[in-house]
Design a binder for this molecule. Structure first.
Ligand SMILES: N[C@@H](CCC(=O)N[C@@H](CS)C(=O)NCC(=O)O)C(=O)O
Length: 228
């Protein structure tokens, strides 16, 4: 285990990289920030991509001494396993850990997958087919609704140690589950990706407000200038 962090975070504006900035603030780890706003086409500017030490050039990426890690879920696991000495963000107990890992996997593999299908349809549909976009969005939104219903039901069920609804996704305190899931949930609502139709997810909204009110999250937003 490396005990002395030497972390650089490559941070593209309005992106998943906020997960990593929040995590680093949560653990009070010092880091160098290499940040860039998006180009006018919504992508990462070429000059910024050239600085990122990976072939993909996507954000987030971290460099910690001699290791470079990409993919936000892998970065979260690496940082927690290396620097979260109290193991509170990915708890040691196998059952709690499995639940945290379930959300880490779901953030990209389920929620982002389904939300991005809608965003890519908006971006890429040929103009000759544009009239079919509302129908496409509506059929793709079924997946997003199912995902949010799952999140809503988890947040409505009692946490292991209290009988009320839960404050955080797993257990009584913030874990890597909240840190991974916060971004995609905000992204889905802000970009209106499959959430139209009158259905509401009140516990999801309350949890998202708690995420935004968390001190370490606010610090990460302030330092990076993150805004969706
Ligand atoms: N699955 C990857 C996704 C990385 C990714 O697609 N990042 C986007 C920003 S959220 C990006 O770098 N886009 C800029 C571009 O493609 O130019 C992760 O979880 O880190």
């Amino acid at each position: 285990m490396s005990s002395k962090p030497d972390i650089t975070l490559f941070f593209l504006g309005a992106s998943r990289a906020i997960r990593i900035a929040w995590l680093l603030e949560e653990l009070q780890l010092p880091f160098e920030l290499v940040a860039s706003p998006r180009a006018s086409n919504g992508l990462a500017p070429e000059e910024f991509k050239a600085k990122i030490p990976t072939k993909m050039g996507k954000s987030p990426v971290i460099k910690d001494g001699d290791i470079v890690v990409q993919e936000s879920s892998a970065i979260v696991e690496y940082i927690c396993e290396t620097y979260d000495t109290s193991n509170h963000l990915i708890p040691k107990d196998p059952k709690t850990r499995a639940k945290v890992r379930e959300w880490i996997a779901a953030a990209e593999g389920t929620f982002m997958l389904h939300a991005l299908a809608i965003l890519y349809a908006r971006w890429r549909i040929p103009s000759a087919a544009k009239e079919h976009l509302p129908e496409m969005e509506s059929s793709l939104s079924v997946n997003v609704h199912n995902d949010l219903n799952w999140l809503e039901s988890e947040l409505s069920s009692p946490s292991p140690s209290s009988s009320g609804g839960r404050t955080w996704l797993v257990g009584d305190d913030v874990t890597a589950a909240d840190i991974m899931m916060g971004f995609n949930t905000e992204f889905i609502f802000t970009r209106k990706l499959g959430v139209e139709g009158g259905e509401e997810w009140p516990n999801v909204q309350k949890w998202l407000e708690r995420v935004k009110g968390r001190e370490a999250y606010k610090k990460s937003v302030e330092r990076t200038g993150y805004s969706l």
